[in-house]
Ligand binder design. Sequence first.
Ligand code: F6R
Length: 605
Amino acid sequence: MCGIVGVLGNHEAAPLLVEALKRLEYRGYDSAGIATVNKGRLDRRRAVGKLVNLSDLLVHEPLAGKAGIGHTRWATHGAATVTNAHPHRAGPVAVVHNGIIENFRELREELATHGLVQESQTDTETVALLAQMYMSRGMTPVEAARATLGRLHGAFALCFLFDGHDDLMIAARKGSPLAIGHGKGEMFVGSDAIALAPMTDRITYLEEGDWAVITRSGAEIFDAEDRRANRAETRIQIDAARIEKGGYKHFMAKEIAEQPVVIADALKHYTTPEGGLRLPEGVDFKGVDRITMVACGTASYACHVAKYWFEQIAGLPAEIDIASEFRYREPPLSGQSWAVFVSQSGETADTLAALRYARDKVARIVSVVNVPTSSIARESDLSLPILAGVEVGVASTKAFTCQLTVLALMAVKAGLDRGRLTAEQAAAHLGSLRNLPGLMNHALGLSGVIAEVAEELAEAQDVLFLGRGAMYPLALEGALKLKEISYIHAEGYASGELKHGPIALIDARVPVIVLAPRDGLFDKTVSNMQEVMARHGKVLLISDAAGVEEAGAGVWKTLVLPEVEAAFAPILYAVPAQLLAYHTAIAKGTDVDQPRNLAKSVTVE
Ligand code: F6R
């Protein structure tokens, strides 16, 4: 993770760097720093904690100069201290880094034998020291950076700045994304195009192994073999306004509220005005013998829900793996199968590595992503954007429901392609999906009631979420949302599994949230709920009116949602699960949009 930025501008760099870092804070917020070259002199400022601390520092100790680099950190090596904050500096070299240098210990020992000793615990300072060593042997900055890059193993995006050079940056990419921005007589570098959006919309993405020598007049890009490389410049459309809170207290609240609109947008994009499917041409499941879906965290729960759809609606065998386990398991993959990678950011290192493992082993690499210019999208044979718009809150909300929506459309298409659905049955499913935005608006109306429930939930030490069928992965997602932003320990279980161990946890202090639309499994879920109540567990039943009427007696609280086609209930029930987490976090006073220890984009393994 970590966000990096670089500016060779015609105006003061510090405000531009800070503005860009603000847009990259989703990648980490343990510390932040900038370095500039002013009248040939390299200097830096660093502060622990959020970017606002760096901004405050810059008020008291401003940093002039029109060339600069900046960094926002998610700690990997070494605690969040000023010494470990980037930019790291060694003599004439300053460097910012995203990723992990795997051989930094060997390099550090080698450098020590030359009297070059690190002051920080980071792998990044090793990079700066190496470049310093090469420069002290008479190399130019470009030669020294190139020699340094050749010594590094692991995944990185790097940007170098040099004392005495206010028209030079060197950027490099291996495993972590990096974009170069083109201005008028100005050049920029950023971990993503969003960071550069206020400065330019003209972007060149570096490819794996690329490195670039950047001056105000342009970028010379070289590939891993040092050949001149031509990388296309693209125009990126990023609506800056969509990165504002728009009157909401938190991005998460805004993003939860946006769901009916963005899901309607996704449905509009992937269906015809007459209501038929309009998925990209390559989405044809004829001859596909199975799909393997791979993702991390919330995105993996979207895959778990979709497994039920692919199997039940389309009769297509579907496997799920969490990306960090997938390639190490060395799963055999069928040449007639598809591997489907689901990711909001499209940059998650584990998911990207899993995609690369699957390449050449399956018939098609498909991705379902929110960022269409991301590495995962670009490395797929076929990529379906989920069209959720920029998601800033670290806890994923609208991306989850948009992922579900696109996966549901794919499952319906698979049902048609495989002859498992008639046109009428497919139309009925699509009709149910089209009803979702309206139903979600109704669910959003429960926010006030949920805020009251959350006041009590905030007192809990442990919370369980239960669900059956496709509501089981939603129970996992509800628990993940709650723990990541309220720091309350929460677990999701398949309700039938409770009696095989977790029921030992139940007592009067443990709230149990039961996600139970009145579907074919309702009676069984209610039996499991009764087992909890018999042990004095506090049950919050989330169901429809008929479900609450039938089983709500004696429970601690109920939340009533509108009726929905059973298959797609997880999309609707995600809303109260998200609101419960949100309001509980508010009641506990935690940092909703930037919870501790987390980052939005996880670009390290
Ligand atoms: C949880 C959350 C994470 C992400 C996971 C994958 O709210 O956001 O669990 O879902 O880190 O990230 P992407 O989807 O960007 O690959």
